[in-house]
Design a protein around this ligand. Structure first.
Ligand SMILES: [Ca+2]
Ligand SMILES: [Ca+2]
Ligand SMILES: [Ca+2]
Length: 275
């Protein structure tokens, strides 16, 4: 059959093609952690794999920043107009990270009348009412942060007195398949069965595809067949659907029409997921 021919042909090309494909799709590992301000310290401390430092700019000057960690939170002091104190955070191992949320509360008697501000560059020495280039996140409680992914450093400040806690760096799962970005070899899986395999035919015995949204690969047993005596999940394939495995391996129409064969599934896992 044409399908097995093209698949055998791929195997015959040897490990070079596999290595080229893999080099193009291996995701980078991201640092993750939750800074709870438990160790405290001034002007900096290390927690959860991150270095937390401080800055203080005001009226054209860069002062030595300092922290006000007590009771397990950073008590951020508002210093008046055209000034800013705040945190600067980097991963100790230099890896990139995603800022996902920060817990914000009023500090003492001060109400929150200015937003949390987040940026990726040292703040202007004359920041004004909003630091140029920074994003504003209003409100109190657990503030979800978006737009700050793949960072190597992040600055956090506000023109209000605020308490900050649980600065959360997380891994994301952008395509929603349950496999986080840093382990997902196929970033655009989408929600099956929209993936479209099998496209025209039907699932064959000993062939696999995501035919519903549980991200467990499905197959069929016909007649008196005993079934394949195996199973695959989206974690097993490192976040790749049958359709995506077909594309990556360059498999033929037979797989598109009837699902990924056991050898396609096993080879994908052997050469790409656990090489
Ligand atoms: Ca994913
Ligand atoms: Ca399923
Ligand atoms: Ca995926």
């Amino acid at each position: 059959m044409n399908t097995s021919f093209s698949y055998l042909k791929l195997c015959g090309l040897g490990p070079l093609l596999l290595a080229v494909l893999f080099a193009g799709s291996a995701p980078a590992r991201a640092a993750s952690g939750n800074i709870t301000f438990s160790p405290g310290g001034s002007p900096s401390f290390i927690e959860a794999g991150f270095l937390v430092g401080s800055f203080w700019v005001q009226t054209g000057n860069n002062f030595g920043g300092h922290l006000h960690v007590s009771g397990g939170v950073e008590n951020h002091h508002w210093q008046g107009n055209n000034a800013r104190q705040g945190l600067f955070i980097t991963a100790l191992d230099g890896s990139s990270f995603n800022l996902c949320s920060i817990d914000v509360a009023p500090f003492g008697f001060q109400s929150i009348n200015r937003d949390l501000e987040v940026g990726t560059a040292f703040p202007s020495l004359n920041p004004g009412n909003a630091v140029p280039g920074y994003a504003q996140f209003p409100g109190a409680g657990t503030i979800a942060i978006t737009g700050f992914d793949n960072l190597t450093g992040v600055y956090i400040t506000s023109q209000s007195g605020q308490q900050w806690d649980n600065v959360l760096f997380c891994v994301r799962d952008d395509d929603g398949d349950g496999v986080n970005n840093d382990a997902d070899l196929c970033p655009d899986t989408g929600t099956p069965p929209e993936d479209g395999v099998p496209l025209m035919g039907e699932l064959n015995p000993n062939h696999w595809a995501l035919t519903n949204d549980d991200f467990v690969f499905d197959t069929v047993i016909k007649g008196k067949g005993k079934g394949p005596n195996r199973s695959y999940t989206i974690e097993d394939t490192a976040g790749c659907s049958c359709e995506q495995i077909i594309a990556e391996l360059g498999l033929g129409d037979g797989h598109t029409q009837h699902g990924c064969s056991i050898s396609a599934m096993d080879d994908w896992i052997e050469f790409f997921v656990n090489p």
